[in-house]
Design a binder for this molecule. Structure first.
Ligand code: HEM
Length: 457
């Protein structure tokens, strides 16, 4: 596949991704098409078999072409190049902020946000993380004693939202704030809409999707506005900045003329930044935690080793990374070419063409990974260090995830605390939220049964 001899696949119907069927079951209902029932994994497996043997698969779009780049070295060429930017569609639909921007606006946000999520900053957040997890643990222990199942995704999402808001914006929302679900639903709806824009700009955006976006967006925006108001009303408002919210409220951030047309970021830009940070954090980290729990539930020997390894934590880190390999929460990423670009394979990307990257395919490439479909956390302990495009759950290049350290701390802490004394068995719900879109994780309705382990840690 990576030999360089395989020619670019000639234009043909997109290898199973025909723009809508990949991940828009709900939207298709609205537009009168046959609803599709494939799970996210099934769709990805179909994509995998249909793209096997190709380094690049190209398809004609309404305007220009789209190219699914399968080979990891070619992916690296694209993500390291300045000639590719994020598709403007995302920004138009969801506003501006670090997660979706490029250029001056992006650099402005990255400069302020990245230091607040540095390894040192994340280490200082561990007490808050542990504190929030303790309440979840107590709830789940009670459910276990009463032989009740728990709403897995809802509970984890609430805990992740609570941690994110506390560490970034300094406010404790308490356990089970219902707005965690708004964040998760907004991410799911945003993903659906983004997918429509990326794959098929002609696709109809159904009423259900618009309604979901508007409702959930209003909820999440009002949460951001509430956080800003409470900080501005605080008696020590304007004193020395202590967290990210203080830095975002600083005139140096808000008044900088880096928004579209040289406008200042302003209050609207601030709200968009905060909403996008919540979107970036909550559903991804919920998915990575749930996926790791699910894979460990299927591999009891790995769970035993995790308990034996506590509190060292090396094994849980390896399990987490292996789960990100097998089930990368962000399984899809896209860019647009600013200039004509020739890949080292000889394939040409014209200016304005879209490029798609699927970490799920790269993470299961047999040329890169031995026994790619097996859950083998030891490959992250015994094996060579995996960097670059062969392992890219957190992206690659200048847009590399700023929250990777926080996500790792939250997920590994949650998994270790829950599994220390309990087994988790997950009942994945067949509803499609939020397992569709660009995120891979158990759907919102999934539940878990928690039972005391026979060998407490
Ligand atoms: C397991 C959890 C997570 C995964 C899998 C994940 C994945 C990613 C990926 C793949 C990108 C690159 C996007 C691109 O190339 O366009 C990214 C960027 C980003 N992530 Fe994460 N993320 C996670 C958690 C978080 C958390 C906890 C936060 C915030 C607290 C966060 C904030 C961001 C931001 C702001 C960006 C944009 C960075 C930039 O463009 O410079 N992420 N993330």
């Amino acid at each position: 596949m990576a030999s360089g001899e395989t020619p670019c696949c000639p234009a043909r119907p997109y290898v199973g991704i025909d723009g809508v069927t990949l991940y828009h079951p709900h939207n298709m209902d609205d537009s009168g098409e046959v609803p599709q029932t494939e799970s996210a994994i099934d769709r990805l497996e179909r994509l995998r078999s249909e793209s096997a043997g190709h380094r690049v698969v190209s398809i004609p779009l309404l305007k220009g072409s789209g190219h699914l780049v399968v080979d990891h070295l070619l992916v690296q060429e694209i993500f390291k190049s300045q000639d590719f930017v994020r598709p403007p569609f995302f920004r138009k639909a969801f506003g501006d902020g670090l997660l979706l921007s490029d250029g001056e606006r992006w650099a402005h946000s990255r400069k302020v946000i990245q230091p607040e999520l540095s390894p040192t900053a994340v280490r200082s957040m561990q007490d808050v993380i542990d504190d929030c997890i303790k309440e979840l643990q107590t709830d789940w222990s009670r459910a276990s004693e009463e032989d009740r199942s728990v709403p897995l995704v809802e509970d984890i999402a609430s805990c992740v939202l609570r941690i994110t808001v506390r560490v970034l914006f300094g406010v404790d929302l308490g356990a089970r704030d219902p707005r965690a679900l708004s964040v998760v639903r907004l991410t799911a709806a945003s993903n659906e809409l983004a997918g429509l824009g990326v794959f098929d700009p002609r696709a109809m955006v159904g009423g259900r999707l618009i309604n979901a976006l508007q409702k959930e967006r209003t909820d999440v925006e009002s949460l951001a506005a509430e956080l800003i108001a409470s900080r501005r009303d605080a008696p020590d408002a304007g004193a020395c900045p202590v967290d990210l919210l203080d830095h975002l409220l600083d005139p140096a951030f808000i008044e900088a003329p880096v928004a579209d047309g040289g406008c200042p970021v302003g209050h609207k830009g601030l709200i968009e930044e905060m909403v996008l940070l919540l979107l970036a954090s909550v559903e991804t980290t919920t998915a990575s935690t749930s996926n790791t729990l699910q894979l460990l539930a299927d591999h009891p020997a790995c769970t035993e080793r995790l308990r034996a390894d506590l509190p060292d934590g090396t094994w849980v880190q390896a399990c987490f990374r292996e789960s990100l390999r097998l089930r990368p929460p962000v399984w899809f990423n896209g860019r647009v070419a600013l200039e004509r670009f020739e890949l080292s394979s000889g394939d040409t990307i014209e200016s304005g063409d879209h490029v798609y990257v699927c970490p799920y395919l790269i993470h299961r490439d047999p040329l890169l990974w031995e026994e790619p479909d097996r859950f083998l956390p030891e490959r992250f302990i015994d094996g060579v260090v995996r960097e670059g495009a062969s392992f890219m759950p957190f992206g690659l290049g200048r847009h590399y995830c700023v929250g990777s350290g926080l996500a790792t701390a939250i997920s590994t802490s949650l998994v270790s605390s829950i599994l220390a004394n309990h087994d988790v068995s997950i009942e994945v719900s067949s509803d499609h939220e939020p397992g569709g879109g660009f995120l891979l994780g158990p759907s919102l309705g999934s539940r878990a049964r928690i039972t005391p382990t026979s060998r407490p840690g």
